[in-house]
Design a protein around this ligand. Structure first.
Ligand SMILES: Cc1cc2nc3c(=O)[nH]c(=O)nc-3n(C[C@H](O)[C@H](O)[C@H](O)COP(=O)(O)O)c2cc1C
Length: 366
């Protein structure tokens, strides 16, 4: 069983636990000749790593990626690329209290029920530290995409923190990298800073919505019926820790629209088909239209909070737990680069599948 892998041709397998010596990703199927080095991958890991500002956990994890195989003289060789990140800031004592208790909202109880053994330190395999490995693999996928389809841009940002939504009228792409929340709304960033600061000081946490957009994706990626690109995107996003909902394009709101509003009208433009809107999120019948591919996911509030919570021990006794240790007040912030990485991997994977089966698009328009 390969439950730790995703992707068809660009196949990513992640391994490791949060308090083991290291974790990483084995990427099989990366095309040869892609220029890549550790520094190129590191730039993406630095966006996810903890301790960047006071709104993320103060754990000090440098998250330095090492490339152990599959790259020779600065280029991929077409053989498996082994990416490794050493764990260096493990404070196992922070977790000794939870050895026999199940933390509410965490996978402690289900891993125990299923396997009867678990690495309780920091959540072990269920820890979101695993997402560092995905981001490293996503960096490699970005490098490959840049060679194969240079125009593709993939960007994630936060659209909602708790009940506080951005104002789409103030949407500014250039703002995304300018604030700690990766939000395109500068005013929201200011408001959220005050809100999250209060929440953090009171030891509480909040959820978030993240949107990831892929621009410049060619028409034709994805396949019927079980190979839909939106199926793979949804699975990829849902596999991220703490994600409880995924939408493509209009998503759940499509149910509230009428057909004349929802079906994006098509006209012929100078360079091919143009659409009047993008309720479809860039995907029709599981195949990309050439419009922006738009995915949104909801991240639940951090479960490890300072408020005492009721739980039980392994022997079934009632107890209480206060999760000490260093935790994000809004894990959605650090989920942004993770969502981007998953989008890049899925897009590249489908590009490779498309090249293998079809090559150039066969249906010409105009
Ligand atoms: C980037 C990232 C960082 C996270 N950091 C924390 C954290 O510091 N504390 C916490 O309680 N949960 C954190 N989580 C969420 C837990 O890993 C997750 O809720 C837990 O493993 C249970 O899995 P589930 O929520 O997917 O069911 C984080 C999630 C992500 C995506």
């Amino acid at each position: 069983m390969s439950m730790n892998s995703f992707g068809h041709l660009f196949r990513v397998t992640t391994w490791g636990e949060s308090h083991g010596p290291a974790l990483g990703a084995t990427v099989d199927g990366c095309p040869p000749g892609v220029p890549v080095d550790a520094a190129m991958l590191q730039q993406w890991l630095d966006r996810r790593k903890p301790g960047q500002n006071k709104y993320t956990t103060q754990r000090r994890e440098p998250d330095e990626v090492e490339i152990l195989s599959g790259v020779f003289e600065g280029q991929t060789t077409g053989t498996p690329v082994q990416l490794m990140i050493r764990n260096t800031d493990q404070r196992s004592k922070d977790y000794s209290e939870i050895m026999d208790k199940f933390r509410p909202g965490h996978a402690d109880i289900t891993y125990w029920q299923k396997y009867g053994i678990r690495d309780y330190r920091g959540g072990g395999r269920s820890s979101a530290r695993e997402t560092a490995a995905r981001v490293a693999a996503g960096g490699l996928a970005r490098a490959a995409l840049a060679v194969l389809v240079p125009g593709v841009q993939i960007k994630g940002y936060m659209t909602c923190m708790g009940a506080h939504e951005i104002d789409r009228g103030r949407f500014d792409w250039d703002q995304i990298d300018e604030n700690p929340f990766w939000t395109p709304d500068a005013q929201a960033a200011q408001d959220w800073a005050v809100y999250l600061d209060d929440l953090r000081k009171s030891g509480n946490s909040v959820g978030a919505v993240i949107e990831v957009v892929a621009r410049g994706v060619p028409a034709g990626l994805g396949a019927p019926v079980y190979g839909k690109i939106d199926t793979d995107l949804a699975a990829a996003m849902m596999s991220i820790n703490a994600v409880k909902g995924v939408e493509i394009g209009e998503g759940m709101s499509a149910a509230m629209l009428t057909g004349d509003h929802n079906a994006d009208e098509i006209t012929m433009g100078p360079d091919g088909p143009e659409y009047s809107s993008n309720h479809a999120g860039g995907v029709l019948g599981g195949i990309t239209t050439g419009q922006d591919v738009v995915v949104r996911f909801a991240v639940k509030p951090t479960s490890s909070i300072l408020t005492p919570r009721k739980t039980i021990t392994k022997s079934g006794e009632a107890t209480e737990i206060v999760t000490k240790g260093r935790h994000d007040p809004c894990v959605g912030i650090r989920a942004v680069p993770v969502g981007e990485a998953m989008m890049v991997c899925v897009i590249l994977d489908h590009l490779l599948l498309h090249r293998g089966q079809v090559g150039e698009n066969r249906g010409q328009i105009g």
